[in-house]
Design a protein around this ligand. Structure first.
Ligand SMILES: [Zn+2]
Ligand SMILES: [Zn+2]
Length: 389
């Protein structure tokens, strides 16, 4: 078993790169500067990075020349449309854009893993494909990368991914068998009635009548239509409608999200919502239309891939570094699209920083950059093992 650790000089360099990316965050599919930094670093390692994959993605292959499998290592590049409030010397210099999900750290974890594997190429087998994906936050990047052929030529046999986790101490690596992150779907329910004078209710068809039926119906789907041990979230986060206080409301729109850990449950929820819409329309004399878009399926880890990955990580970082997570996340992650195509494992890289925010997507989120080392070592160790046969 090969052991991995970053040389101190390389760690310092990765911290510098991370802080540079953090200061200059870029949104989905606009990660031009970030991609250029990634390309430069990969080229300095002696690789021949391919840029512009699915717009701003970067891909590089390390071929050891020895028989083995091709292992993909996927990290993400993009930031979020929010203003950073964390008090750090390398705070975002772009108003309204910030790395409050820690993808800046993911970028350099990918670069760190690349340097670890390049240094030891003479002792390794197979091929390593370093995949720097744009637009994870909008859940669009993975599909775009797959369509651009990132899993082909050379064909990726097995894929690794990771996300930092402020719920875990830095240095720990979390994992979960089976479904570890939720499917994420967006739905819009459009109710149309007819306007009229509010003083004369029969002069129109009030679209608002549909509202309590739809909201109660969504809760009933959760309560009555799926097994009690199957998580299902059907949340409405935005409602818009009406023209004036004295005009019968002719239009109301509800927007929401559906999360499940099983794509079959997601499909049942969609079918139930469409039935609810039809019934509501009939009962209220309105028309009700549903738009449903699945942004990411459930992220399901391949058991054998995950088992081999965590064994390799345990022998490198120590078994004490591994944490089996007792609950899945109901957050979505577009890495899930790859898991439908190739056996894959997704890891959580502990990044908790004492006294700092422990929630991703908060304006003061601060990802502990010491996670760069444990993340890079974990990915490299797992990749080396998975490539060996
Ligand atoms: Zn995020
Ligand atoms: Zn993220």
């Amino acid at each position: 078993m090969t052991t991995f650790s970053l040389l101190p000089g390389r760690y310092d360099e990765l911290v510098r790169i991370r802080r540079d990316i953090h200061r200059h965050p870029e949104l989905a599919f606009a990660e031009h500067r970030t991609a250029a930094i990634v390309r430069r670093d990969l080229a300095a390692l002696g690789l021949a990075p391919l840029c512009g994959v699915a717009g701003t993605g970067v891909v590089a292959v390390l071929d050891t020349g020895r028989a083995g499998r091709t292992v993909g290592l996927r990290v993400d590049l993009d930031a979020l449309p929010m203003t950073e409030t964390a008090d750090v010397p390398f705070k975002s210099e772009v108003p309204g854009t910030a790395h409050t999900c820690g993808h800046d750290v993911h970028c350099v974890i990918g670069l760190g893993a690349a340097s670890l594997l390049c240094e030891r190429r003479d002792t390794l087998r197979g091929r390593f494909k370093f995949i720097f994906q744009p637009a994870e936050e909008t859940l669009e990047g993975a599909r775009a990368m797959i369509e651009a052929g990132v899993l082909d030529a050379p064909a990726v046999d097995v894929l690794l991914g990771c996300h930092n986790s402020p719920q875990l101490e830095t240095g720990r690596i979390g994992y979960r068998h089976g479904a570890s992150m939720a499917s994420s779907s967006a739905f819009v329910i459009d109710v149309r009635g007819t306007a009229g004078h509010a003083a004369h209710p029969r002069s129109g068809v009030d679209a608002l009548q549909a509202l309590p039926m739809l909201l109660a119906g969504l809760n009933a789907i959760r309560a009555k239509e799926v097994a009690a041990d199957q998580p299902l979230i059907l949340s409405v986060g935005r409602i818009q409608g009406g023209r004036a206080r004295n005009v019968i409301c002719d239009s109301v729109t509800l927007e929401g999200t559906c999360r499940t850990l099983d794509d079959a449950v997601r499909d049942e929820a969609e079918a139930a919502l469409r039935r609810l819409a039809q019934g509501t329309a009939m009962a209220t004399r309105t028309t009700v239309e549903v738009q449903w878009r699945t942004l990411a399926p459930a992220l399901v880890n391949d058991r054998e891939t995950l088992d081999r990955a965590i064994r390799a990580i345990g022998s490198c970082l120590g078994a004490g570094a591994l944490v089996e997570l007792d609950a899945p996340s109901m957050g979505g992650e577009d890495f899930a699209w790859y898991t439908q195509r190739v056996p894959a494992a997704h890891l959580r890289i502990g990044s908790r920083c004492a006294g700092r925010s422990t929630q991703l997507h908060q304006s003061d989120y601060f990802c502990d950059e010491r996670a760069i080392e444990s993340g890079a070592v974990a990915l490299a160790a797992a990749a080396a093992e998975l490539a060996s046969s």
